[in-house]
Ligand binder design. Structure first.
Ligand SMILES: NC(=O)c1ccc[n+]([C@@H]2O[C@H](COP(=O)([O-])OP(=O)(O)OC[C@H]3O[C@@H](n4cnc5c(N)ncnc54)[C@H](OP(=O)(O)O)[C@@H]3O)[C@@H](O)[C@H]2O)c1
Length: 338
């Protein structure tokens, strides 16, 4: 079967299209003919060796992929041949609280081989049926980016109609956060480094926009937009470069989802306002299969369409990663496997 792997060194330039033996099914496994995959920033960090420099190679990248079940092993009852499924991000986290043994060693696209391959055998416990109304590329965006936004705002954030949400940037997680927040009846303030992307965010329902390059003190703008009160939720993808401003943007008793590290992961932060203002800071690690299934019910009900910006072919994997590295996208980047 064809697949793309990171052969023996980290770096986008070391991704190569290659052949591997067809997977053999073990008890309880299903064989997926993967049709579409999507990229997450974590995949870029994995390929460049930033995420886990000790990741053994070779590795098939990408946590997210969707395809048709073409064979099932003995003991499979959850899905059948012909079902369209996605692999779940952490194969070991089906329900309940996260735990180190459920998550750390079970994630696709590192440490386990991922979905950038024609065929992938996964445990029946590690797959989810995807909504029929979505095409393959749209469905392939769900396992990491969509579920992270859902986990942040709905599962942990308990978002309510009328709440105000601050969303940072216009990448995969952020555009899903915008869409979930609007579907839940919230007001959304979104930031971006690009006016053109902000116009696209408005077209998706963003109520107010801030260009963080033109307004580096965007926390002040957020305060003004909320009559001095601050927002109820911050979808924090920037990391230590943005966290201090996120703390200044959130209301007394508000909620910050710590999701990303786009501008750094270490640094000095004044935590006094977190205590003095009863701010809830919640670390997010994607979500469980149970949460994925709950999200799918909400997607179906609201007919939310994931925003797929660009679709590449399997032999264009380097270009797909290159686009993400430049931040040239809005929403999601996909790779189709014909
Ligand atoms: N904890 C988890 O479970 C989890 C899950 C998924 C992702 N993440 C993390 O969340 C972050 C986003 O992931 P993604 O896959 O959505 O990435 P992505 O699609 O590559 O989106 C990145 C976008 O963020 C914006 N951005 C970059 N630097 C920024 C900054 N300093 N301040 C505000 N916005 C900035 C840019 O948007 P503009 O061009 O519009 O400015 C950029 O295009 C990454 O750090 C990723 O590792 C964590």
């Amino acid at each position: 079967m064809k697949c793309v792997e990171l052969a023996d060194q980290f770096g986008i330039e070391h991704l190569r299209l290659t052949e591997r033996p067809h997977p053999e099914l073990k008890f309880g496994e299903v064989l997926i003919r993967v049709r579409a995959t999507s990229l997450n920033y974590r995949d870029l960090m994995t390929v460049t060796g930033v995420y886990n420099p000790k990741q053994p190679l070779p590795l098939i990248p990408l946590s997210d992929g969707v395809g048709e079940v073409v064979a099932v092993g003995d003991g499979v009852t959850r899905v059948a041949v012909g079902d369209r499924v996605a692999g779940i991000f952490a194969q070991g986290w089906t329900a309940g609280e996260p735990a180190v043994e459920k998550v750390r060693t079970t994630t696709l696209g590192g440490p386990l081989d991922g979905m950038l391959t024609e065929y992938r055998a996964l445990s029946q416990e590690g797959v989810v049926k995807v909504p029929d109304y979505l095409n393959d590329e749209e469905a392939a965006t769900l396992p990491c980016a969509a579920l992270t936004a859902w986990s942040a705002l709905i599962a942990h954030g308990q978002l309510k109609p009328g709440d105000t949400v601050l969303v940072q940037g216009t990448g995969g997680v952020s555009i899903f956060a915008l869409q979930f927040a609007k579907a839940a009846g919230a007001r959304v303030i979104i930031t971006s480094g690009s006016d053109e992307k902000l116009e696209r965010a408005k077209a998706l329902g963003a109520d107010e926009v801030i260009n963080y390059r033109q307004a580096p003190d965007w926390d002040k703008a957020v305060r003004e937009m909320t009559a001095g009160r601050g927002v109820d939720h911050v979808v924090e993808v920037g990391g230590t470069g943005t966290l201090a401003k996120s703390i200044r943007s959130v209301r007394f008793g508000g909620h910050i989802s710590l999701i990303g590290v786009l501008s750094g992961r270490t640094g000095e932060i004044d935590i006094a306002p977190v205590l003095m203002q009863n701010i809830r800071v919640q670390g997010i690690i994607v979500g469980s299969r149970e949460m994925f299934e709950a999200m799918n019910r909400a997607l179906e009900q609201n007919r939310i369409r994931p925003v797929v910006d660009k679709i590449f072919a399997l032999d264009e994997a380097r270009q797909a990663f290159g686009l993400m590295a430049q931040g040239g996208h809005f929403g999601k980047i996909c790779i189709r496997i014909d």
